[in-house]
Design a protein around this ligand. Sequence first.
Ligand code: AMP
Ligand code: ZN
Length: 498
Amino acid sequence: MSLRVYNTLARKKEKFVPREKGKVSMYVCGPTVYNYIHIGNARCYVAFDVIYRYLQHKGYDVTYVRNLTDIDDKIIKRANKEGLTTKEIADKYIKAFHKDMKNLGNRSSRIEPKATEHISEMIETINCLIRKGFAYEVDGDVFFEIQRFGDYGKLSGRTIEEMRAGERVDVDMKKRHPMDFALWKAAKSREPSWDSPWGKGRPGWHIECSVMSSKYLGMGFDIHGGGHDLIFPHHENEIAQAEACAGKVPFVKYWLHNGFVNIKEEKMAKSLGNVILVREILKEYDPNVLRMFFVSTHYRSPINYSEENLNAVASALERIKTVIHNINYLVESGAKTEQDDLGEKRFKEVVVGVESKFLEAMDDDFNTASALGVIFEFVKEMNFFLEKNQKNLSESAKCLLLEARDKLIGFMTVLGIELGVEKAVEELPDALIGIAEKIFGRTFEDKNEALKVLIEAREKARKDKDWAKADLIRDKLSAQYFVLKDTPQGCQIIFEGK
Ligand code: AMP
Ligand code: ZN
């Protein structure tokens, strides 16, 4: 089966055929950096991270672009409130955003353009739109004239009249039509501004995304994503700008939109004051639990945030971790015999067949909820086989269990739930690298690797009864807030943080 995606533009699922064989170009609207991100925003970035991971898993070379909106009314307001420059505000929240992304386990986008670094390209596009008769200037402001663009409304599926009824539109006497939108805003006092043919000013939000996406991905790129609320007006306007200027279609082949995170039946939104910040929730929950919560629902469906729902997925995740743990324990300690088939034939069929079931679920518009269904069915079979074989583990049963375990870990990695080291690298103390380098006398690339090697070495030292070495590693680690617990199933490491 090949990948099918729900395209908002077509209002149906379509076969995914990338513009260029083996390559995918993807743009996702990034944050406006004036505040910390909340769980609703996180859902969007996790949803597209899973899509990114899955496309990579299928072997595509994916160019993933996610922008940073670092100039906007909200940033200016915030800067004035805090007595900082807009750049200082943007830098502060970009740093926080990167930290949240890492802690959530999201892979970095390949390109992360900033709006303020693409002003000249935006001016060029606005000039093009004026030249072609799609835009007009009034007193230093430039507007896009929607009635000149025949396809306006094709993404949201609404007529101009319906859009007007659905939106609160500012009455602006400068505009030719109330739905015309700003491409360039004349500078007001105490606002950052750039020189342009229309005087000092700054770009509107919509022009940023169409200019930056087509600069890095060209016209007709594959996937454009964002939350459901961006369909109108943001993405509708992006299409109008890009297609009007280029004089050709399409700007984007597949438009993908994630559903909302709701809380108490309401959309989680900064403007409603009901947000829970990612940096707060991750103090209480493992990032994998939050990801599990997101992927347990299809990315387009709404999802209800509650502690109860998070706790439910936490225990589901525990079932997956436990089976991996039990396999590791049995494989290391289990008696090895050659003996009767204890359900091996049946289990082998399960292990061989599970991959195609997982792919089938994910190929159906990245249906992570069905994929998790496949995973839990697999875990059930793994537990069943483990139980049958735990007294007498044959060599072939052992291999089969390890193969099953690795497949399970692989599926979870596609969902971004990495079951190896539990904490994000960001949170591990830098001193880990120094400790590992001192003990092993070699250099280490990153903290994750250092931690892994330290843990394995301690396990090995304990097995070899080299207590001095085992204790040395434990002491060095606990000095860095890692608590080591020796359980019957082996060593468990809990990072308590500073
Ligand atoms: P914003 O900073 O409001 O532009 O949001 C950044 C991204 O998060 C956009 O793609 C939004 O559509 C998305 N988003 C905002 N709120 C929610 C929510 N409650 N649920 C899901 N996605 C959201
Ligand atoms: Zn955008």
